[in-house]
Design a protein around this ligand. Sequence first.
Ligand code: ADP
Ligand code: MG
Length: 242
Amino acid sequence: MKPSTYKKNSRIIVYDADLIQQPGAHLFAAEAWESSGSVVGQAPGRSSALFLETGFGPAVLRHYFRGGWAAHLSRDRYVYTGLERSRPIAEFHMLARLYKMGLPVPQPLAAQCLREGLFYSGDLMTRRLLDVIPLADLPDILQNDPAMWIATGACIRHFHDHGLVHADLNARNILVGSENTVYLIDFDRAQIRPGARNLFEANLKRLQRSLRKILDPGQLEQGWKYLQRGYKEARHQPGPLQ
Ligand SMILES: Nc1ncnc2c1ncn2[C@@H]1O[C@H](COP(=O)(O)OP(=O)(O)O)[C@@H](O)[C@H]1O
Ligand SMILES: [Mg+2]
């Protein structure tokens, strides 16, 4: 990975120069990707992520949209308090750090921060994980498969051992591939806080709440015990605390 910066007027792009030779506004122009027939799918969600086939491989493009009450003020503009603090650039760097540590996350490709006066809007492009399904879409498997729960618990523990606190660990931000490979995504507002046990606990509680929407209480209680077992028994080398 070779993180590099491109600046033009009020547009700042951070990108991996090993993969992207021509950075620019076109990377984040959803309509242009569509009109060239490069959009091969879409994921539902606040930001509605686009799945792209690009010259540098499969990618996911996501625009940052506000949620909750703030969405009434502005759909996609945030107050600018510095480049590194902007959501897309912070998420790009966080992903790069986790990816380098060998954690199961998508490789970051590019992020853009577009300034407009006191505000900015932003976008993020990551390598698309292929053949994965959000945990939230696997209720039938969760009802019958302790191994998936155990793998999920072990994956979350792996991140916590590296100090990662996820800001919204719900069952749509956990993607499962074949043979129970488990990935975490969506590191918007995530932090590195080694040993922050109460925050790690809050991550697990958040996930438990989101699973209540897809499983009945008995199924969840039973599965959750396996998840806790996976979490407790996972053996990882704690990573460098950078
Ligand atoms: N790198 C990726 N590979 C495959 N699917 C992805 C990837 N990134 C996001 N997705 C899909 O897009 C959805 C939304 O992305 P996410 O980063 O969670 O944004 P948000 O929750 O803000 O909408 C995810 O739930 C997932 O289904
Ligand atoms: Mg998400």
